[in-house]
Design a protein around this ligand. Structure first.
Ligand code: GUN
Length: 297
């Protein structure tokens, strides 16, 4: 079998177009554009790139982008004061504090200071709790994007065996929750799982989010599995090259011999994250303006 390549890039582009068109409808109804505030502390090069891309994508989706770049030595009080101001700013529908934070800032207490109704990352404990008990809130962008790719591909997930490899608060745990809500039978596997290959081999759906390059090979996969690869790992550069290749947690070429469908890296899950962030921001805008959220979002 040669697996179908799940084109997350194309899916994300369509979602961004839909959100962009819907943002214009929101603006017509609410008399203002949706707004996303992104806060970046310090000068981590990867975060600089992410924040730049988010700003551009926000503007391209007919929304306002408010960027706050603060120095590496920003203290907690100043950061909390900024978040407090953004919480109270009616032009700001979504607030995203780019992670990781410098070591002197406590991630949990900073995230907890964001209004749950503006927490478009879905990282606040209130939103984690809402997801866990089935109330509407905000779901972290990467797992929600994975879910969109899965339902687009498979339709109804009822009764399917899903194995999520990785248990982070940002991907693994919310991913498992979403799959459970879709009536899959869900296992969360991790670094201490006994006989991990045998556990993964049971799965109709594999979601890999561990950060280990090419860890999952074809021997781990059931024939016909659908594989979602969240890993983004940079291999050491080959001789004469400046940068190493980007690979996922799944060995793509060999896995493609066994799986029915698989996301590539890059071009699979990655582009979905920003698209879903824009979608979450627009949903936040509708809710903050007391307007009904359109069903197609
Ligand atoms: N750092 C890497 N990915 C993300 C993300 O999705 N949200 C935030 N806030 N920080 C990140």
């Amino acid at each position: 079998m040669t697996a179908t390549r799940i084109d997350g890039k194309a899916f994300a582009l369509k979602l961004r177009e839909l959100v962009g068109a819907s943002a214009l409808e929101f603006a017509a109804a609410a008399g203002r554009k949706p707004g996303l505030a992104v806060v970046l502390i310090g000068d981590d090069p990867a975060s600089q790139v992410y924040v730049g891309s988010k700003g551009k994508a926000t503007l391209a989706a007919n929304m306002n982008s408010f960027e706050h770049r603060l120095p590496d030595d920003t203290n907690a009080a100043d950061l909390l004061a900024l978040i407090e101001r953004l919480n109270g700013d009616d032009a700001v529908d979504g607030i995203l504090v780019q992670l990781p934070l410098p070591a002197h800032l406590d991630e949990q207490s900073i995230i907890s200071s964001i209004s749950p109704d503006k927490d478009v990352d879905g990282f606040h404990v209130i939103n984690a709790g809402r997801l866990s008990v089935g109330q509407s809130g905000f779901v972290p962008c990467t797992p929600l994007g994975c879910m969109m790719l899965l339902t687009d591909r498979l339709g109804d997930l009822s009764g399917l065996e899903a194995v999520v490899v990785g248990r982070s608060n940002i991907v693994g745990k919310p991913m498992a929750q979403l799959l459970l809500d879709a009536n899959a039978t869900v296992t969360i596997a991790h670094s201490r799982t006994k006989d991990l290959p045998a556990v993964v081999k049971r799965a109709d759906i594999v979601v890999a989010a561990v950060g280990r390059p090419n860890m999952i090979g074809k021997d781990w996969l059931k024939d016909g599995a659908t594989v979602i690869d969240v890993g983004i790992n940079r291999l050491p550069p080959e001789p004469g090259k400046e940068k190493g290749k980007l690979v996922g947690d799944v060995a793509f070429d060999e896995a493609s011999e066994v799986a029915a469908a698989i996301t590539p890296v890059p071009g699979g899950v990655g582009p979905m994250t920003i698209a879903v962030l824009l979608r979450n921001t627009l949903v936040a805008a509708y809710r903050n303006a007391d307007l009904n959220v359109p069903a197609h979002l």
